[in-house]
Design a protein around this ligand. Structure first.
Ligand SMILES: [Zn+2]
Length: 390
């Protein structure tokens, strides 16, 4: 059984107050012990790592492994083969884990690519994070993301689409409840799948133990999805007070994907994206920060997710989302970390995100403590996934 010893200055375990100056001992894929002693003896020949700060492996609850941050997203899907996208998917998975993302929710791809990659990673054949996969996003005919999605109309067809994703090995389901930024002609503020369609699909997914996410930017579509029983609202940028109240009441998670808008707006109109993409992102940004701050103040549960793969939003830059949760939403570094680890784990239904004896040894070693430096998540010193250095 492999062993690894880590001597830390600060350990943010997401269980209690940070631990100072101790030793974490890994045996196999699990944490065997955490000692409050910086020089606890290491068994002979065991590799020893040192880090100023250790945090749980990051969880990106919203990512697209078949997309690599290209300026033209639709083209990626319409002009590539499934084989090419499979290789992209594997390449991005390797990049993610090296950058500290040890679990990722693949929230909308094609064929069964992400599920097959998940199984190959689990079997130790390829490097990458633990993948929780949604399969194809389910959208109305001509809806947002139709170029990758399973178009479905009416409750029974939505139900069938859910069953198809389950047959393909999906762990969860993604529904498109409103228009979106990257699809021509899809208005983010306008509702797409109806509440009745969402309700039917969500009930079917829940029956099989699969959790459900809704792409929802517009005010009405957000509320349709919450009332229909969704587990997480993705984006949620145009949420109103009533929507916030519903989320609190039903304990629905919000995955803010701030990087997605910021990367588009910062790249600007000359970066090669279609004009409608920059225009829609700018319009959304005018409202997103204020609305999401309100949601946070009201007690909505946030889970970290960056929408990695969208224009200029790269798989090795999840640190950006952790920084934006601090600068735009006013979270402390510890709160942003909690959203991007323990909270995301709870949403995904995986036992990750907390560092305690007996838990899976997914962790990130940093050069500086996150309490002292909001940029500490950039350039991790080392990443350990299931007890092995990635
Ligand atoms: Zn997305």
């Amino acid at each position: 059984m492999g062993r690894l010893v880590i001597r830390f200055g600060t350990l943010h375990d997401n269980v209690g107050e940070p631990r100072r100056n101790g030793t974490l001992i890994i045996e196999g894929d699990k944490i065997a012990a955490i000692a409050n002693d910086p020089s606890a003896p290491a068994p002979d020949g065991t590799p020893v790592l040192e880090a100023a700060c250790v945090v749980p492996g990051l969880i990106n609850a919203h990512a697209h492994l078949e997309m690599s941050g290209e300026a033209q997203t639709t083209t990626v899907f319409l002009l590539t083969t499934a084989t090419q996208r499979t290789m992209t998917c594997a390449e991005n998975a390797a990049k993610s884990v090296r950058a500290g993302v040890t679990t990722i929710r693949e929230i909308g791809g094609t064929e069964n690519i992400a599920m097959d990659l998940r199984d190959a990673i689990d079997a130790g054949r390829l490097p990458g994070p633990k993948i929780v996969a949604a399969g194809q996003p389910i959208c109305m005919t001509g809806g947002h993301g139709w170029w990758a999605g399973r178009e479905a109309d009416g409750p029974w067809d939505v139900c069938k689409a859910v069953r198809e994703q389950r047959r393909g090995g999906a762990d969860c389901i993604k529904f498109i409840a409103t228009g979106g930024v990257l699809t021509k002609g899809a208005v983010p503020g306008i509702e797409q799948l109806t509440e009745e369609e969402l309700r039917a699909g969500i009930a079917e997914a829940h029956k099989h133990g699969m959790h459900c996410a809704a792409h929802a930017i517009g005010t009405g579509g957000i509320k349709n999805a919450i009332r229909a029983g969704i587990d997480s609202i993705e984006h949620g940028h145009l949420i109103d007070d009533e929507g916030i109240g519903l989320m609190v009441e039903r304990a629905t998670y919000l995955v803010p994907t701030l990087s997605a808008i910021m990367c588009i707006v910062e790249a600007g109109p000359d970066a090669g994206m279609p004009d409608f993409v920059t225009r829609k992102a700018r319009e959304i940004l005018e409202h997103a920060e204020g609305n999401l701050r309100k949601a946070r103040a009201a007690g909505v549960k946030f889970a970290g997710g960056s929408d990695a793969g969208t224009p200029f939003n790269y798989h090795d830059a999840y640190w950006r989302e952790l920084e934006l949760m601090q600068s735009m939403l006013g979270m402390s570094a510890r709160e942003a970390l909690y959203a991007a680890t323990a909270s995301a784990a709870d949403l995904l239904g995986v036992r990750r995100g907390r560092l305690q004896q007996g838990e899976v040894a997914d962790l990130v070693l940093l050069e500086r403590d996150i309490d002292a430096d909001p940029h500490a998540f950039r350039d991790p010193k080392a990443v350990v996934k299931a007890g092995v250095i990635a």
